[in-house]
Design a protein around this ligand. Structure first.
Ligand code: CDP
Ligand code: CDP
Length: 224
């Protein structure tokens, strides 16, 4: 049987992490873990329960009481929060604009990282986020850091919104993405940063398939 490796995919917002991670995981028959969805689920719960997202103690109370499950679904990953399907609820702009504050708390990250490492215990995992190669899976056999210009990333989200029939403003998206990247990169705990041993791929002018091919090549080299 082939060796089951771990693949860490990090990078800024809308660089294509989850899209390519999902395809790579399907190709290898690995588990796909979208760690951003976990921070989003907690943010959604905090907003719904009117918790002050700056208050770490309050956030930890609800996190310790929360079951966050990530399941494979036909149209992508399904996110369950305490047994209820929140897959779409966690993608609203209200959640998107508050999630970085939630994710900056040290205690929150410690607990999330523990849960993520548990998901990856058996190997055979493709995990995407901001700190996977640096903190969650520092020994991952393949580490990739995806990049793209902020204009390209905003345009990708814009096209996605239009396709789904959601209201969308390209300029506002550009500002929101730049602001979230800055916040994620400058926070004290586990900031968004390329791991020293990660391969950087600038996807600005690459298709999804071209990015997938590059990651699959790296993975197959390591699987042997
Ligand atoms: O898909 P998108 O790039 O918009 O973001 P996401 O992957 O869903 O992550 C949402 C937010 O969660 C990020 O902006 C980070 O603040 C936080 N996050 C994190 O801090 N660490 C991770 N491993 C994953 C996400
Ligand atoms: O997970 P992350 O926030 O990094 O990005 P995503 O949600 O996977 O991708 C954002 C959008 O960019 C999706 O609509 C993809 O179809 C599109 N896209 C891409 O992911 N990669 C490319 N090379 C080109 C487009």
């Amino acid at each position: 049987m082939n060796k089951k490796i771990s693949i860490a995919i990090d990078g800024p917002a809308a660089a294509g992490k989850s899209t390519v991670a999902k395809i790579v995981a399907e190709g290898l028959e690995y588990i796909y873990i979208d760690t951003g969805a976990m921070y989003r689920a907690l943010t959604y719960k905090a907003i719904t329960n009117q918790i002050d997202i700056k208050n770490e103690t309050e956030l930890m109370k609800i996190l310790n009481d929360s079951a966050i499950e990530l399941l494979p679904g036909k149209a992508g990953q399904i996110v369950l929060l305490d047994g209820g399907d929140v897959t779409n609820d966690i993608r609203t702009s209200e959640v998107t604009n508050n999630v970085s504050v939630v994710a900056a708390h040290e205690a929150v990250r410690k607990e999330m990282v523990k849960r993520q490492q548990r998901f990856a215990e058996q190997g055979g995992v493709v995990m995407d986020g901001r700190d996977i190669g640096t903190h969650v899976l520092p020994n991952a056999e393949v580490k990739v850091f995806l990049l793209a210009s902020v204009e390209e990333r905003a345009q990708r989200r814009h096209s996605e919104n239009i396709q789904k029939g959601y209201p969308s403003d390209l300029e506002i998206l550009k500002q929101e993405i730049a602001q979230r990247d800055k916040f994620d990169s400058e926070r004290e705990v586990a900031p968004l940063k390329k791991a020293k041993d990660a391969i950087e791929i600038d996807t600005t002018s690459l298709s999804i398939q071209q990015v997938v091919d590059q990651i699959m090549k790296l993975a197959l080299e390591r699987i042997g």
